[in-house]
Design a binder for this molecule. Structure first.
Ligand SMILES: [Zn+2]
Length: 365
């Protein structure tokens, strides 16, 4: 089972959407009611539900990424198995010149982790000519795409030594959709947020785990995105400037799991794709004969993977709370019940999804 696929009650419909897959160019027409005995709720003429994009996927309060630098063997020997146990996916930034055996990195990719670039040889990129910078970036991407099964795209980059300048940021974004630096929790306002400098908070001696938990708390308080990054994690418990004993790593992840309900745990690339989709995509809501709505996305940014979903909140009429809200895709016979809380429906929609939403009078009343 890949990360993020645990079935929890509130996520059932999300999972089903993933399983249904996507059909392009679907034309939605009013579904027939031969299966459902209950009548449709008729909305007031002229009513169009208000829709808004949620800050984070699944309407979580904050986004959390765990990432790993420098292509250490402990990443797949120690950190990978721990993350798998906890059903957490992260991003591994690898400087590919170091790698002789790719099998461990393939295992991490197979578990659903993102393999990002940390350049080819981990130089001080700001001291290179532009041609040299491009050679570093292109070589690392070529290595990853050549050695990993399926030649996965390399969406994310991490600046070696945390060094960058405006020119380098521009060059990096010719190849990637996001790059991680150091320093802080990301700002809340995503409207003009520059993904060429996503912040990360590094874990260094003396491994003050309460402080690191505080970064997560800060992200939750600000509804922001925190990326916590590690270098080597030692199973033996030894430590140095970049090696953390495994018990501290576990302590951090224990805290993350404690507040997991509030967090969207995702890779650097997944969060960046969501931010781009949230920023640029537009939502069309079309009323169909007063009893249902057709919902789709348009004006999509490039390079958005098929699996990326935008979470949308739709305000329904007030009497909705005693209804069953049905969400379905025209190409399937089945339907999905959305959580029926208050007068607001939240759902996730992919770039090729066309959803149909309607309300049925509940038989339970
Ligand atoms: Zn590094």
């Amino acid at each position: 089972m890949r990360c993020g696929m645990i079935r929890r009650p509130g996520q059932v419909f999300v999972l089903l959407l993933l399983l249904l897959g996507c059909d392009r160019n679907l034309e939605v027409t009013r579904p027939t009611d031969d299966v459902l005995l209950e009548p449709n709720v008729e909305f007031e003429p002229g009513f169009v539900p208000a829709v808004e994009k949620c800050q984070w996927f699944d309407d979580k309060t904050a986004a959390y990424t765990v990432s790993f630098d420098d292509a250490k063997v402990t990443h797949y020997q120690v950190s990978g198995p721990i993350l798998k146990q906890r059903n957490i996916c992260g991003t591994f930034f690898i400087n590919t010149r170091e790698i002789v055996d790719w099998s461990g990195w393939q295992q991490l990719a197979d578990m659903g982790h993102e393999i990002g670039s940390h350049s080819y040889s981990h130089p001080k990129m700001t001291e290179l000519t532009e041609a040299q910078q491009r050679a570093e970036l292109e070589r690392a991407i070529a290595d990853i795409r050549t050695h990993l099964r399926g030649s996965p795209p390399v969406y994310s980059f991490c600046y070696p030594y945390g060094l960058f300048n405006d020119e380098l940021r521009r060059v990096v974004m010719d190849y990637h959709i996001t790059a991680r630096g150091g320093g802080a929790v990301n700002p809340i306002d995503m409207s003009d947020y520059d993904l060429s400098l996503a912040h990360g908070t590094g874990v260094y001696p003396p491994f003050d785990m309460a402080m690191i938990a505080g970064w997560v708390d800060k992200a939750i308080a600000k509804k922001a995105w925190v990326n916590v990054y590690f270098h080597s994690v030692s199973a033996k418990g030894d430590s140095n400037d970049t090696t953390i004993p495994v018990r501290y790593f576990n302590e951090h992840l224990d805290y993350v799991e404690q507040v997991r309900d509030k967090l969207w745990i995702a890779t650097q690339g997944q969060v960046a794709h969501y931010i781009r989709l949230r920023r640029e995509a537009k939502i069309s809501v079309e009323v169909i004969d007063q009893t249902g709505f057709k919902v789709a996305l348009y004006n999509l940014p490039d390079r958005i993977p098929e699996m990326t979903r935008l979470t949308v909140r739709m305000k329904m009429p007030l009497d909705w709370r005693n209804q069953k809200i049905i969400l379905r895709k025209q190409d399937t016979k089945g339907y999905q019940l959305l959580k029926s809380e208050d007068d607001t429906a939240c759902f996730n929609i992919g770039k090729t999804d066309i959803l149909y939403i309607e309300a049925k009078k509940s038989l339970a009343q």
